[in-house]
Design a protein around this ligand. Structure first.
Ligand SMILES: O=C(O)CCC(=O)C(=O)O
Ligand SMILES: [Fe+2]
Length: 222
């Protein structure tokens, strides 16, 4: 990304966890954001997630392919209006597989991210919308049966993405800044690591994108 003051090379944050800065160019970011805006409309659009504890997530969310609710997957919005979930688009699976292949280049010499080229049948995406002040606590993505890598794409405001380990929510962890267009892949030994978003940095979205806030799309295989 030429406008960055300091270069941001791809980096293996932990074994199996790879940050791919600037993975999506401005056109791809715009394309993904346009799709997110379409998906966010009802039915089965953006909603506030209620936790079993009675609290609400500050992040608003929608699902594609299968509906995620705390804690499982369903074909319909079982904790909302009961509508069928929107389909998972094939092109998003292609983007995810290509990102896994790019991440595998970074960890070349290890097979932590599975077979090359990536042949994972990605079929689920969670789209998270972070308004000012929204955050996501430390958690694991553990409701999928598949051990395939998770691929996340970020749009809009930058955030601190906290990536820990599978042994618990606590330290050690790495804080990584995810910016608009970045991808983050976590598989292999990192697949069940705890991670979260302690904060976003409002107002840091690329001016040309036309987004206030942050959108994150995580692609998974069920
Ligand atoms: O917003 C992010 O970057 C992370 C989202 C996440 O961890 C999730 O949807 O499970
Ligand atoms: Fe997650």
């Amino acid at each position: 990304m030429s406008e960055e003051l300091f270069p941001r090379p791809p980096a293996e944050i932990a074994p199996g966890a790879v940050h791919l800065p600037g993975r999506l160019d401005a056109e791809a970011q715009h394309e993904l954001l346009t799709a997110c805006r379409r998906w966010a409309l009802p039915p089965a659009g953006l909603r506030t997630v209620r936790m079993p504890s009675g609290g609400r997530m500050s992040v608003r969310q929608l699902s594609l392919g299968r509906h995620w609710y705390p804690y499982g997957y369903a074909d319909t919005v079982v904790d909302g209006g009961g509508e069928p979930v929107k389909p998972f688009p094939g092109w998003l699976g292609e983007w995810a597989r290509a990102a896994v292949d790019a991440a595998a280049e970074v960890v070349a010499g290890t097979d932590t991210l599975g077979r090359r080229p990536c042949d994972v049948p990605y079929d689920i995406a969670l789209v998270n919308f972070y308004g000012d002040g929204a955050r996501m606590g430390m958690h694991r993505d553990s409701d999928e049966k598949s051990a395939a890598p998770v691929v996340s794409f970020s749009l809009g405001d930058a955030c601190v993405f906290r990536f820990g380990h599978s042994g618990g929510r606590g330290r050690p962890w790495h804080d990584v800044t995810l910016r608009s267009g970045d991808a983050f892949v976590f598989g292999g030994p990192a697949r069940l690591a705890y991670h979260g978003v302690p904060r976003t940095d409002p107002g840091t979205a690329p001016p040309g994108l036309g987004l206030r806030g942050r959108v994150n799309v995580t692609v998974r295989a069920y």
